[in-house]
Design a protein around this ligand. Sequence first.
Ligand code: NAP
Length: 314
Amino acid sequence: MRAVVIVDGELAIEERPDPTPGPTEVVVKVRSAGVNAADLLQRRGFYPAPPGAPADIPGLEIGGEIVEVGSAVAGWGLGDRVMGVVAGGGQAERCLLDASNLLAVPDSVDDHEAGGFAEAYVTAYDAIVTRGGLRSGEHLLVTGAAGGVGTAAVQLGAALGAEVTASVRSAARRPAVRALGAARAIDPVEVKSHGPYDVVLELVGAASLDSGVLSSLATEARVVVIGVGGGSRVELDLLGLMGARASIGGATLRPRTVAEKAAVIEAVGADVLPLLSRGAVKVPLLASFPLEQATEAYARFAQGDKLGKIVLVP
Ligand SMILES: NC(=O)c1ccc[n+]([C@@H]2O[C@H](COP(=O)([O-])OP(=O)(O)OC[C@H]3O[C@@H](n4cnc5c(N)ncnc54)[C@H](OP(=O)(O)O)[C@@H]3O)[C@@H](O)[C@H]2O)c1
């Protein structure tokens, strides 16, 4: 198979052996694979693949079709359209997934959208629902809301009945983010004026937390930090945190075991796939690039000021 590989900090297309499935695994013929910030970090040598994942083939999410099925796999068959998260190796013609980590692609979702669904929605769901405990009627703040995870979180929050405030630094992107279901899309410097927030999905990190998020928490607020592109060190007012009975936590998805991922995938299958099927949440696609243009796709991602996902198409 052909795969994107990282060679000395550059991307190349190389031939690699086709993967063969273990008993609980399937091989997916990849129709599209999302590009994520983690891929760009890995290319720069900062975010190595965890043990067991292909070391030099990036790609954390795919959509495609099952072409081989392991001997102990039940419930999935050849030709099934599936999508899922992987710890690496997604940006290739074929990709190995444990069957417990698969999601069925609804008929209403096309092949390109399918490749941009899993990393964004699984991360967003795990953060705002599993960790944040978001309930209908609560106020959710999503920072960095125009990106892949942010656009997923805004739609999910709105679909779950929360009032969503989206913080978006590009003024040009705010109307489109509002159209995804946010009650308002604001400049990050205005965050204090629109609180208090019950749940905060922090996708930017220190730059955002320092600019008013931490002083705008509702009683019993839950802050879930998922991205630190804007810095990872903040000064905390512990007294303020105590007064609000607030909690701050964080999470990463990639290093989790197959079983840990399966637990989130099962919840996403139950709670999010029905929303996706009926169009209550979507995968906003910014651009699709052929696999051979991985360098261009990564460059577009790095450029920023985008709305939604970039996918590679083998
Ligand atoms: N923990 C996990 O498991 C996990 C999983 C997935 C993603 N992540 C992380 O979560 C973050 C978001 O992921 P993504 O896929 O949504 O990335 P993305 O598509 O690049 O979106 C990031 C968004 O944040 C905005 N942003 C970046 N720096 C900012 C700053 N200093 N101030 C205000 N806004 C800023 C960007 O705005 P511009 O367009 O203007 O640059 C963009 O809209 C990334 O850091 C990623 O590494 C973590």
